[in-house]
Design a protein around this ligand. Structure first.
Ligand code: GTR
Length: 422
């Protein structure tokens, strides 16, 4: 069962000297470090400084997307097609009044002249009764679909493990919070949002060897190994696949919000940077390779993340392992590519491993691009002055890494401010 190694690592880390120090430390609530506001509109490589919105969208965005793929995440496919193999209603009255549907999916990827395809995977969607065009919160977690949306009719392969049920869930929620495996779907539905979920490991397993093999297979045709994408990018692409499936019979334009915690917080941001159909992001405790700057890194180092999770990133990310102070691309560029769409960066004060201050400084760095679009952008000068209506919203609560009872109310405040009855 996949969750056990994670739990063992975390419990061991809590007891171990250096990590315990990190867990007991507090993130500074004032942006720290000389790179308090990294420059986003300055010259980039041979490119001149950006002085207009047109130059940002036409010239800078493509260069940044390429730099993110080349240096951090690896390359997305050149093109792809998603096929809905089957779709059925599982329950007309699920989760306190929603229609629950299940999609059976497969995607074909094209890299140059080469084609490969994913394993079959599934998506479960619950939509508020009478509102087929409700904004959709797209959720990926490290638990399978049947834990995210616990319902007996959801397809679950024989011998499939999961996070849900019994002692494992008890221990996991004790360590990582009430909503770590299962979001409050009844509440989300009642507030007017649909919830859709895939289990990204169904097509890009979150395991070193198995994951790397699947990613290499899917990246067929690219130069050996040095450009293959990592799992963070493959899972980011998963959000786009979810939209492709949902769009097939959409009656009207809908809002899609990519939601992810931790490793999927990284993917949720990357998905929005590359897919303009995503109207907003809730990225909770995304940390290294997510919202937190690579330069002047606190908490989890690039060296640590690539050693523990070699399948998450492009091989080139190793260039940051020694600090990467001379590298041009950084995570504020990732946030800036999402502008002017609303982003919530969730954090916790004792989750220093995820470097909340580095995420705030990345938001400061991306802010001028929001302003270029005429958006209000970041509306706070320090980490703890929560402003859910801002387009760059930064949330920090007490406590540690996880999805706890205060988090979803904050997420819903942000959603309501930006998407309800728009
Ligand atoms: C940690 C990893 C973090 C974060 C987290 C998670 O072990 O160091 O970057 O992604 O896993 O996804 O829970």
């Amino acid at each position: 069962m996949k969750i056990w190694p994670l739990l063992i690592v975390v419990i061991a880390a809590l007891g171990a000297g250096s990590c315990a120090k990190l867990t007991l430390a507090w993130a500074d609530l004032i942006p720290d470090g000389p790179a308090a506001r990294p420059e986003v509109l300055a010259g980039f490589g041979s490119q001149a400084p950006i002085t207009s919105l047109e130059a940002w969208t036409e010239q800078r965005k493509p260069v940044l997307k390429d730099a993110l793929q080349a240096n951090i995440y690896g390359y997305f496919p050149d093109s792809y097609q998603l096929t809905v193999l089957d779709r059925k209603v599982l329950d007309e009255n699920a989760f306190g009044g929603g229609r629950l549907e299940e999609y059976k999916l497969r995607a074909q990827l094209h890299f140059g002249d080469e084609t490969s395809e994913t394993e079959i995977f599934y998506m479960d969607v619950v939509t508020p009764a009478g509102d087929p065009n409700a904004p959709v919160v797209l959720i990926q977690t490290f638990c399978p679909r049947w834990d995210t949306l616990p319902h007996p009719a959801i397809y679950r392969p024989e011998d499939a493990g999961g996070c849900g049920g019994g002692a494992v869930t008890g221990l996991m929620t004790y360590v990582f919070g009430r909503y770590i495996a299962t979001p409050p779907t009844e509440v989300i539905l009642a507030r007017g949002y649909a919830v859709a979920t895939i289990y990204p490991s169904e097509f890009a397993p979150d395991r070193k060897e198995k994951g790397l093999a699947a990613l290499k297979q899917m990246s067929r045709g690219l130069a050996p190994d040095n450009q293959r994408w990592g799992a963070i990018a493959a899972w980011a692409w998963g959000y786009s696949l979810m939209i492709d499936a949902l769009e097939q019979d959409a009656e009207a334009p809908r809002d899609y919000i990519s939601w992810g915690h931790s490793r999927y917080g990284k993917s949720a941001l990357l998905a929005a940077a590359f897919d303009e159909r995503i109207s907003g992001v809730i990225s909770h405790q995304s940390g290294t390779g997510g919202a937190s700057l690579n330069r002047q890194k606190k908490g989890e180092s690039v060296k640590a993340i690539i050693e523990t999770f070699p399948h998450w990133f492009a091989k080139a990310y190793a260039k940051y392992a020694g600090g990467g102070e001379d590298m041009l691309i950084d995570q504020h560029h990732l946030l800036a590519l999402i502008a002017p769409r609303p982003v919530l960066l969730g954090n916790a004060r004792r989750d220093v491993w995820s470097d909340p201050n580095g995420a705030f400084r990345a938001a400061l760095g991306a802010d001028p691009v929001y302003k270029l679009y005429g958006s209000q952008g970041l509306d706070q000068g320090r980490l703890d002055t929560w402003s859910p209506g801002a387009d760059l919203a930064y949330w920090i609560r007490p406590g540690t890494h996880g999805v706890v009872k205060e988090d979803w109310p904050a997420f819903l405040e942000f959603l309501d401010a930006h998407f309800l009855n728009k």
